[in-house]
Design a protein around this ligand. Structure first.
Ligand code: FES
Length: 112
């Protein structure tokens, strides 16, 4: 599939996110102060949308039981979640944010 444009680069403010579907997957675009991230929308603890949580620096918090996930590595750093979410390759080009849902970021720890 390769990279797909998913949003205008100025569509989200810092610490905002947007859920979307691509290639049958539920994903989440997140803008932090430093970068854009695309991660799995659903928490790995239970099937609960991380879009209902909040952004803290480079982490996203699940609002159901409070696990935090690193947006680059996908690693949870607070229990009860113990499996990473996937974080995908993103680029910003021509005023658009692009994601390749077939490629995880080099630092992503998910096993897919
Ligand atoms: S559903 Fe996310 S921490 Fe439990």
């Amino acid at each position: 599939m390769g990279f797909v444009a998913i949003a205008a680069a100025d569509e989200l403010a810092v610490d905002e996110m947007k859920a979307f579907e691509l290639d049958g997957r539920r994903l989440l675009l997140v803008r932090t102060a430093d970068d854009f991230y695309v991660v799995d929308e659903m928490c790995t603890h239970e099937d609960y949308s991380l879009a209902l949580g909040c952004i803290k620096g480079r982490r996203i918090k699940c609002s159901l039981h409070g696990s935090y996930f690193d947006l680059a590595t996908g690693e949870p750093d607070e229990e009860p979640a113990d499996e990473p979410i996937c974080s995908y390759r993103v680029k910003v080009e021509n005023g658009q944010v692009w994601v390749d849902p077939a490629q995880t970021r080099p630092e992503s720890r998910c096993r897919r």
